[in-house]
Design a protein around this ligand. Structure first.
Ligand SMILES: Nc1nc2c(c(=O)[nH]1)N[C@H]1C(S)=C(S)[C@@H](COP(=O)(O)OP(=O)(O)OC[C@H]3O[C@@H](n4cnc5c(=O)[nH]c(N)nc54)[C@H](O)[C@@H]3O)O[C@H]1N2
Ligand SMILES: Nc1nc2c(c(=O)[nH]1)N[C@H]1C(S)=C(S)[C@@H](COP(=O)(O)OP(=O)(O)OC[C@H]3O[C@@H](n4cnc5c(=O)[nH]c(N)nc54)[C@H](O)[C@@H]3O)O[C@H]1N2
Ligand code: SF4
Ligand SMILES: [Mo]
Length: 577
């Protein structure tokens, strides 16, 4: 038996046991994994993989495809090359290819389809974005699931919720057994945070000692939440004052952990939402005090020196025009499905003279690629994984051989060699240097050194070492209509594995399952087959990430801060077809 770590884009970072010829298993002793994996890894060997390299649709040996890729890159000026990295594998070594593209003077796509908008707000307030792991959450009395759905995305957290008061703030009733569900209006979260702050302040519930000792800017935050009438705040979040009072009665005098997900921040003002939630928690002394805290998708590289941090020419990962380049290299991603406004993305990829895809599976992007390179899986290369949902790091040693696939390190080495640049260091050298820069080994496991105390117990990581409250924000979204929100589906990992395509609709619209409706946003229109979903608010449609046409009508501008996609910054209209 050999031990490794799940590479997937997931909070849990499971510790995995491998025995040749058997399904993968979860390590029983791991404090988070506790002996079980999810369907993605339980069925890892059953998922069809990209097995053969291709050039212009024809299967060829891997070496031929690699030569074709190298010569395509040789034929064009560096500024006409774009490197685009997705998040199919979150291992450290995925970054190594950037060394080549930066050295060569190529353009690297930057920004985020995921969590960076919110992360920007977290870092403004706290300096660093540290996690609240399942082990931390165990010490809370009350857990607030705020736009985050651990029943799908973070199942190894669920044992830590046992015996706790669970409050869900979500337009979808994601957890039938929660003590309280606030079916918030999409995009209403800033207003709920301000409303909670306002009511607590009126009742003099704030933690004045904490505010005094550990924060700055409370005066400005106070003005912000006192400025808007209570009824207006409640209207903006689509909740009644009774709902909010009930929430507060469950939290009063308790240790509260807020677990915030990506749902709240798929908007232009993403950073403000996270900062407002943090500000409410800080005002109540629920940030950086044992048993309490706010956990978001954390920065798994916090405290470490990243060996693959490069400066290069940049384009936006959210809306880059692929057709402006002669060669586009896509690694570990599926932009033709996952980027906003995919009709435009596909059309642009279609016009790019050469698209090179390095991935594990066939997908909408490999369909459009001229050169397809099968990637080695996490079992076939050396790597290390730091999780965004807990503070343990896991080694991923090379366990299996595969001569028909390429690792990112091999691709980088081949390119450095061709162009006469210095070869990259060995995988082990990068991994060891990374660990040495920020990890500590305890009881045989690597942990992030920043978690030797409770997150933020001793300090915030801002210049003043204090938490900085939200002081102001602008908010504008004109128009009216329904909301279209997104979530993750249990059997998919974004567009990988199995995907689910129906548009979920509130039964109050009176549609039949299987009926087709047309949705229109300011950015496009598309027809979807519907499925009634009684968990939804009356004004909300839901699609799962990875669905066909999930991005047919989503906006392609970046969030105000954090260079993130703002998939939900729109109203939609619908009609029967
Ligand atoms: N099985 C599975 N697990 C996954 C993934 C997957 O595809 N499948 N993807 C991984 C990735 S890439 C990520 S980023 C994480 C994300 O992890 P989560 O953040 O937990 O995932 P989501 O399902 O996107 O969003 C959480 C919730 O936000 C709600 N929501 C949407 N809009 C709003 C809003 O305006 N306000 C509020 N309060 N709630 C809102 C949605 O209804 C949803 O229940 O999950 C990871 N884990
Ligand atoms: N409408 C809408 N759009 C969304 C979302 C949403 O909720 N709604 N979610 C957004 C979020 S949170 C995210 S994170 C993005 C995800 O978007 P992407 O990063 O594009 O993720 P995936 O669809 O999972 O595709 C990952 C690809 O990586 C490949 N891969 C897996 N392992 C490896 C490896 O070791 N090496 C290489 N080279 N390739 C590998 C797989 O074959 C797969 O094709 O999508 C975003 N798009
Ligand atoms: S729960 Fe997450 S980390 Fe664990 S096996 Fe599944 S995808 Fe991997
Ligand atoms: Mo994500």
């Amino acid at each position: 038996m050999e031990r490794t770590t799940c590479p997937l884009d997931c909070f849990d970072g499971c510790s995995v046991e491998y025995t040749a010829g058997k399904p993968l298993r979860g390590e029983k002793e791991h404090p988070v994994t506790r002996g079980y994996l999810c369907p993605h890894l339980n069925r890892w060997f059953e998922h069809p993989r990209l097995e053969k390299a291709r050039v212009k649709g024809k299967e060829v040996p891997l070496s031929t495809a690699l030569e074709a890729a190298v010569s395509a890159l040789k034929d064009v000026p560096p500024h006409k090359i774009l490197f685009y990295k997705g998040s199919g594998n979150l291992g450290l070594m995925q970054g190594v290819t950037k060394l080549f593209f930066a050295k060569h003077g190529a353009v690297i796509a930057r920004g985020s389809l995921c969590d960076e908008g919110g992360a920007f707000g977290v870092e403004e307030g706290r300096g660093l974005n540290l996690t609240l792991s399942p082990l931390h959450v165990k010490e809370a009395d009350v857990v607030v699931l705020w736009g985050r759905n651990p029943t799908v995305t973070n199942t190894h957290l669920l044992p830590s919720l046992k015996g706790k008061t669970v409050i869900v703030i979500d337009p979808v009733a994601i957890m039938p057994n929660a003590q309280l569900h606030l079916a918030i209006r999409p995009r209403g979260d800033v207003y709920l945070a301000l409303l909670l702050a306002r009511i607590c302040y009126m009742e003099q519930l704030e933690d004045t000692a904490f505010i005094e000792a550990r924060t700055e800017g409370f005066g400005e935050f106070k003005e912000l939440f006192l400025w808007t009438p209570i009824r207006t705040l409640a209207q903006h979040c689509g909740l009644s004052l009774e709902d909010v009072a009930q929430m507060l009665s469950l939290m009063k005098g308790k240790k509260v952990a807020f677990l915030v997900g990506t749902g709240v921040q798929r908007y232009a003002h993403a950073h403000v939402v996270l900062r407002a939630i943090d500000s409410f928690a800080a005002m109540m002394g629920w940030l950086g005090t044992r048993g309490s805290g706010v956990g978001y998708l954390s920065d798994s590289g916090a405290g470490f020196t990243n060996p693959f941090k490069v400066t290069s020419k940049e384009a936006s990962l959210v809306n880059v025009d692929f057709s402006a380049y002669d060669v586009v290299v896509v690694q570990g991603g599926n932009p033709a499905s996952q980027m906003p406004l995919t009709n435009v993305v596909r059309e642009r990829l279609g016009r790019t003279p050469c698209v090179i895809y390095l991935g594990l599976h066939e997908n909408a992007t490999s369909d459009l690629a001229h050169i397809v390179l099968p990637a080695k899986s996490f079992l076939e290369k050396e790597d290390l994984k730091a999780s965004y949902g807990h503070h343990f790091l896991g080694r991923m040693p090379k366990i299996e051989d595969n001569e028909n696939a390429l690792s990112e390190h091999e691709l980088c080495s081949a390119l450095m060699d061709t162009f006469g640049y210095e070869a990259p260091a060995s995988e082990d050298a990068y991994i060891e240097a990374f660990l040495a820069s920020g990890a500590v080994k305890k009881e045989g496991r690597w942990e992030n050194r920043l978690y030797e105390t409770w997150p933020y117990e001793n300090t915030f990581y801002t210049p003043s070492a204090k938490f900085c409250f939200l002081e102001e924000f602008d908010d504008s979204l004109d128009g009216e209509g329904m909301w279209l929100i997104f979530a993750k589906w249990p059997r998919a990992l974004n567009s990988q594995f199995f995907t689910h395509h129906a548009l979920h609709v509130p039964p109050t619209l009176g549609l039949e399952d299987g009926e087709r409706i047309r949705l229109s946003s300011p950015y496009g229109t598309c027809v979807y087959e519907v499925e009634n979903d009684p968990r939804l608010r009356e004004d909300t449609f839901l699609l799962y990430s990875g669905a066909n046409n999930a991005n047919a009508i989503t906006p392609s501008f970046e969030s105000e801060e954090g260079h993130s996609a703002a998939y939900q910054e729109m109203h939609v209209r619908w009609e029967r077809v």
